[in-house]
Ligand binder design. Structure first.
Ligand SMILES: O=C(O)[C@H](O)[C@@H](O)[C@H](O)[C@H](O)COP(=O)(O)O
Length: 232
């Protein structure tokens, strides 16, 4: 029987944050001890805030731990929707953490992705923390988005995607995101979701169907060992 991701249901978002921050801390501490440094790639959004805050309180060698973004809405750090600023605020307690963003002022996401790939300085991540939208997107792999196929097949660490503009929120269209190949390399891949709608979306994503319709399927199928954590 093919291995498939199993969901761990927590009684609350706080319980998820406490348990999973302990698991992540163990992985980062081990990496820092064995290799001298460790790295975690994190999603933006809102759900993971308690998890990041709990992790930032952990007693870790933060000066040797890189915290990098999985993706970025193509807005500057002073924009209210900046993932970089969300992450910097959530990890504020880890004052020595080496936090880096993806946004580059004055250039397109495509141009910045090319520069980042050429620089070749994205770390090998010990842990990746994904979120998921109710439409089945993860990272910035949006359904039917321009650039999605490339993000799912490229061997480059990051690429640009043009998401569909949300009429409701007028969300920005241009994004930069880690590729499937980069995310799937991490020893520990964690997907955190919250609420009934996202649980239903996850169940739908677990069913057969095109990756283009629910791109989270790409990582569920590439890494059926990933840890799916749900809270009400
Ligand atoms: O830029 C982003 O929004 C994130 O990187 C995105 O992939 C996020 O993980 C999902 O949209 C879920 O967001 P929530 O967890 O806030 O619902």
């Amino acid at each position: 029987m093919a291995l498939e991701p199993a969901m761990t249901a927590f009684t609350s978002r706080e319980a998820l944050a406490m348990r999973i921050s302990a698991l992540i801390a163990t992985e980062l501490d081990r990496g820092a001890r064995l290799n001298g440094s460790a790295a975690i790639a994190v999603s933006g959004g809102t759900t993971p805030k308690p998890l990041y805050e709990a992790l930032a309180e952990r007693d870790l060698p933060w000066g040797r731990i890189a915290v990098a973004l999985i993706d970025e809405r193509w807005v500057p750090p002073d924009h209210p929707r900046s993932n970089e600023t969300f992450v910097r605020n959530a990890f504020a307690a880890a004052t020595c953490a080496r936090i880096s963003g993806l946004y580059q002022d004055g250039v397109s996401a495509e141009k910045a992705a090319g520069r980042i790939c050429a620089a070749g300085d994205r770390p090998a991540f010990n842990v990746v923390v994904l979120g998921m939208g109710e439409d089945g997107h993860t990272a910035s792999w949006f359904p039917q988005a321009q650039g999605l196929a490339n993000a799912l097949r490229s061997d480059k660490p990051v690429c640009a995607v043009t998401a569909r503009r949300s009429e409701a929120t007028g969300d920005e269209v241009e994004r930069i995101t880690m590729s499937l190949s980069a995310i799937a390399k991490a020893p520990l891949v964690i997907l955190t979701i919250a609420g009934g709608e996202k649980r239903a979306a996850f169940e739908a994503a677990m069913a057969d169907g095109p990756v283009e319709d629910m791109p989270v399927r790409a990582i569920l199928r590439a890494r059926p060992d990933l840890l799916v954590c749900w809270a009400p």
